[in-house]
Design a binder for this molecule. Structure first.
Ligand code: THU
Length: 118
């Protein structure tokens, strides 16, 4: 919720914040960063994950992901973010606002048959 305030969201006016918990206990956070070329937008979840990789390298293991937004509406990770979560957290639990209130789901529930090389 704290980093959500740093979002660059002039187009959607929808600020999102995400936090990831790693197996080593570290927590990283991220916000969405939009662009005038809309497709270049980076979601809060990927910002958090890429920040962790930049800081610690690629051997991170994501245990949990939490995502929130400033509209208080349902917001689960988009398809692209699910695939990126799966890359670093094939056993991760994802916490988000579902259609009927707060939800938690295993990443494999959100992304069946996700793609991995190993
Ligand atoms: N967004 C996220 O950052 N995470 C989500 O889980 C859903 C959507 C962002 C992308 C874009 O900046 C804005 O929300 C509207 O789609």
């Amino acid at each position: 919720m704290r980093v959500m305030k740093n979002a660059h969201a002039p187009y959607s006016k929808f600020r999102v914040g995400a936090a990831i918990l790693l197996a080593n206990g570290r927590v990283f956070s991220g916000c969405n960063v939009e662009n005038a070329s809309y497709g270049m937008t980076n979601c809060a979840e990927r910002t958090a994950i890429f920040t962790a990789v930049a800081e610690l390298g690629p051997k991170i293991e994501i245990r949990a992901v939490a995502v929130t937004n400033d509209h208080g509406i349902a917001c689960s990770p988009c398809g692209a973010c699910r695939q990126v979560i799966y890359e670093f957290g094939p056993d991760a639990t994802v916490f988000f606002q579902g259609a009927d209130g707060p939800r938690e789901a295993h990443i494999k529930e959100l992304l069946p048959e996700g793609f991995r090389f190993q």
